[in-house]
Write a protein that binds this ligand. Structure first.
Ligand SMILES: *Cc1c(COP(=O)(O)O)cnc(C)c1O
Length: 354
């Protein structure tokens, strides 16, 4: 491949709206959504609620706000959420649950971000009385971002749902990439929706919309969510222009997520065959590839800089691991270039680099 090829695999948030999406945005019917008068937003909310089998939905500016409003529907000040130690709500939302809503958190240690139902159910405290913090909600992420695009098995989600319902604890599903889980497994969205009280989904990741997320739940919850969203500064006006991008993405850019998965898997197979200690291709289930570059003598920081020098951009997740994410704006030639560069760098042992 030409030396000028750049594969930007830092994140699937980097996608830019396609010409068809831009046209849909230009021609969107709009109104003031704080007044509840934007018809395109109403259509999107109805569509996403319907997909997940929930009563209602609310359009949100970001996935973080969708998650944080979702958590605040379940838990009040002095209560806790329980989730895994790699969860986006714990690691990538800047302490929002504590800062905005007075919510504390505990976590189980998760291999690749996988839900551990027995541990989750064993550490929740449904009613802590006057001595212990009460658990209001368990949060599950599907697919799991920092876990490496991991899909949560439906059977585990069901078991969590039954176990928490029996003791009156809620479930919030951080489904920023639930689209990818659905496309990879064929599990209907409504089956995932049935395993949670509230679900957040992102339109601005692999689906390719420039902005936007959606929170779903009961009609009563979404009425409260509307208040919380406005209080956090997320009441938006003629936002149908963005909802139109989301509707376009659902219609035209959902199925193609399978292409991202296939490309990520092909690169994982090439790298994992040569360097099995760096990645087990079996663990690459969707559009995220995590390499343990420390197993090849690199720090993640050094590896990311070296790869960027050859036109392959990634993200250092911690000292040992580098993350690469496939999306709408990455094609086969870029993917092939990424394979070449990753194999080349992993092949240069510590000694070769001096
Ligand atoms: C991206 C992401 C979010 C939301 O992120 P925003 O940048 O706030 O839209 C939430 N959860 C997960 C797992 C994510 O990957």
């Amino acid at each position: 491949m030409a030396a000028s090829t750049v594969a930007d695999l830092r994140s699937d948030t980097l996608t830019r709206p396609t010409p068809g999406m831009r046209e849909a945005m230009v021609s969107a019917e709009v109104g003031d959504d704080v007044y509840g008068e934007d018809p395109t937003v109403a259509l999107l909310e109805e569509q996403v609620a319907g997909l997940l089998g929930h009563e209602a939905a609310l359009f949100m500016p970001t996935g973080s706000m969708a998650n944080q409003v979702g958590l605040a529907l379940h838990a009040g000040p002095g209560q806790e959420i329980v989730t895994d130690h790699l969860a986006h709500v714990l690691r990538a939302e800047l302490g929002a649950a504590a800062a905005h809503s007075g919510i504390s958190a505990r976590s189980w240690v998760a291999d690749r971000g996988l839900l551990d139902v027995d541990t989750a159910l064993s550490i929740i405290v449904p009613d802590g009385g006057p001595y212990q913090v009460s658990t209001a909600c368990v949060v599950v992420e599907n697919t799991h971002n920092f876990g490496g695009g991991t899909i949560q098995p439906l059977a585990d989600l069901k078991a969590l749902r039954e176990g928490t319902r029996a003791v009156g604890v809620g479930v919030h599903l951080d489904g920023a990439r639930l689209w990818n889980a659905h496309v990879a497994t064929g599990v209907p969205f409504a089956d995932y929706g049935a395993c949670a009280d509230t679900v957040s989904v992102c339109l601005s990741k692999g689906l390719g919309a420039p902005v936007g997320s959606v929170l779903t739940g009961s009609t009563e919850q979404m009425a409260r969510a509307r208040v919380l969203r406005k209080r956090m500064g997320g009441g938006m006006r003629q936002v149908g222009i963005l909802a139109a991008a989301g509707r376009y993405a659902l219609e035209h850019q959902l199925d193609r997520l399978a292409d991202d998965h296939a490309r990520a898997r092909r690169v994982a197979q090439a790298v994992g065959t040569a360097y099995p200690q760096v990645v087990d291709p079996q663990t690459v289930q969707t559009n995220i590839l995590v390499l343990d570059v420390s197993a090849a003598g690199w720090t993640a920081g050094e590896f990311i800089v070296a790869a960027a020098g050859q036109g392959v951009l990634g993200y250092p997740m911690d000292a040992r691991r580098a993350r690469f994410v496939w999306h709408l704006d990455v094609d086969d030639p870029m993917s092939a270039h990424a394979t070449e560069v990753l194999l080349d760098l992993l092949g240069r042992g510590v000694d070769d680099r001096g």
